[in-house]
Design a protein around this ligand. Sequence first.
Ligand code: AMP
Length: 452
Amino acid sequence: MTTFSDLGLAESLLRALRLQNYTIPTPIQAQSIPILMEGADLLGIAQTGTGKTAAFALPILHRLQANRVFAAPRCAQVLVLAPTRELAAQIAESFRNYGKYMGASVACIVGGVSFGPQIKAMARGVDVLVATPGRLLDHMQSGHVKLDQTTYVVLDEADHMLDLGFVLPVRKIMSKAPKTRQTLLFSATMPKEIASLAEEFLNKPQRVSVTPVATTAERVEQRVILCDAGAKGAILAEMLASPDFARTIVFTRTKRGADRVSKSLDAAGISSVAIHGNKSQGQRQNALDAFKNGRARVLVATDIAARGIDVSGVSHVVNFELPDVPESYVHRIGRTARAGKEGEAISLVENAERPLLRAIERLTRQEIPAQDKRSDAERDRVGPPPGARQNRRGGRPQSHGGHASQGGKPAHGAGAGAGARKPGGGAQPARDGQAQKRRFRSSSPRHAGAGA
Ligand code: AMP
């Protein structure tokens, strides 16, 4: 079996990999790394969760180290474009982790935060810049970022970028990158538009392809519980009363949500700790220690806070709320079933979250078995399920109440997804999980807008 050292990676990278406990390359890594170390362009068909970040980050860092030069002010040697802030942050973190022993400098430029620190981060030039297209273009137009010295470009999740309408910004950005560059494009799917983008940006690319992400989480048994928004707390407490839930991570979308769930578990006599961005480093560490040594049976976390946490023996992951970004689902459930163990992931899904569920099922190319625990009142209130004629025509509004109460932020894509449904079908309301599941599939628009 191939190991990372067989691939001829620099010692500083191998050391960083040892720290991450990676020994065996994933299939996308084993295929891509040799090609990229040779300097060829690459077209990769792979989803998040397959290890594709290291598949491109490691050979790029290796080549940077082999020919160590430093970028001029406002320049970056490597540009990675990603569709979402979350993915960009994650990729930047991976580059920092892998490049720590070679002193690689990494900047991350995304929308929704102030420009000042990003301008500062780029002022002296960096080795690696990870960015979302819109904000990067703003910085390029104001002259704070230049691509004159960018010799590596990675377009990650190209199909997702297309969905989000980033084609024009991406074209503009690519037109400013030097022609003599190594270009990589990764996409989970290969529709015609991606094939023509690849033609436009890549030069005689080598092609690699790996099986979908779902196979990486084979040992995680997944299920969905359809329920009323207000019933989630009780369902969670009831589940956690079982000793089978020996070590459980509960995910919420918001910091306040995490605190609220943790408090209500404590009130129900279930020991829990919460971690999120508002906690100090010390509080985070104490919470993690309590969870690791078993003093707390439950860890309640937001996606950002849970990133990078590696706790072994997690028996269950419960999604108290589905994530806005479907890739986060894969990361969440990957917290269980580590190191060859079995694990179970359960998602509590209220009506307003269905578009998010569809986006997850589409990404992971699977149907997650669903159990319907909604109250009769909720079924009556919601009316026929998403596939039925009445809702598709917008006859009865979908509820977003559950999300609106969590910091006032509506579920990402929930409204867009409901509105985007096409007329047709006319399924009868059914209450069993199987029928429910089928309806989710049949009414799926191609792009529900999650993550948009
Ligand atoms: P990615 O598809 O890049 O988001 O990676 C999915 C997950 O797999 C991340 O949590 C990585 O840290 C992890 N990972 C990547 N490569 C390896 C490897 N060779 N061995 C073990 N874990 C890995």
